[in-house]
Every structure is written in structure tokens, then in C-alpha cells.
Design a binder for this molecule. Sequence first.
Ligand SMILES: [Zn+2]
Ligand SMILES: [Zn+2]
Length: 136
Amino acid sequence: MDVRNCKSCGKMFNYISGAPLCPGCNAELEKKFQRVKEYIQENKSVPLSRIAEDNEVTVNQLKRWVREERLVFSEDSMVAIECENCGRTIRTGRFCDKCKEQLHSGFSDTIKPKAQPVIQPKKQSKEAKMRFLDRE
Ligand SMILES: [Zn+2]
Ligand SMILES: [Zn+2]
């Protein structure tokens, strides 16, 4: 059992997963989330700070929802957050499409060069040894 203090009200509760909030505060936050979701559909040109103010949530909480891809700003919305890598404007998630792609190819690039040099030197030294033996 994982008993924690609620981050919002300080009450002890049985932690399962997600945000460290007691069931009461979690339900409260969920209600706020639904409200924000409706709010941003009706108020497309309202900045994050206004959304936070009008819905009694923090800007950080709003950003967290966006990063978790739960909150999605529509294409014609004025509101957006920055890509965590290059700072470009994005509507949801953590990275822009470009950085997502780069991260992908970046990963495969780092795997390939690592694997090859390990095999080649071994092969060469074996051949060198064989040649050496042939001469003897
Ligand atoms: Zn609580
Ligand atoms: Zn980016």
C-alpha cells in the first residue's frame, strides 16, 4: 500500500497512480479539466493565463494537461505552448513534429555506429592472426 499526502489538501490517501491527489481533489481536478476543455472550445483567442484565471487552475496545470495530450488546442486557436526542444509553437504534446522526427532518427543513428565498430576490429584482428599463422 502506498499512502501519501494529497498535494492539494494535505489529506492522507491511498495512492494508486497519476497525480498525487486524494480522490476528492482528483475528482475536483477532473471537473475543472472538463470545464477547461469546454472553455477553450468557446474561447479560442484567450491566453493561457486567462484560461487559468477563469477556471481556477494554474497555468502549470494547464500546460501539464497539454503535455499529456489530454488538452488539445484547435488549429485556429490563438493559444499554444512551446516545443520543449526548439520552442516552436505546438498545440499539444511535448515536441513539434520536426523534433519528434529528429528524436526518432536520432535514436536509430546512435544505435548503428555503436554496433559496427565493435564487430569490425574483432574480424580484422582474427584475419591478421590467421595471416600470421599462415606465414609460420
Ligand atoms: Zn486532497
Ligand atoms: Zn521542436
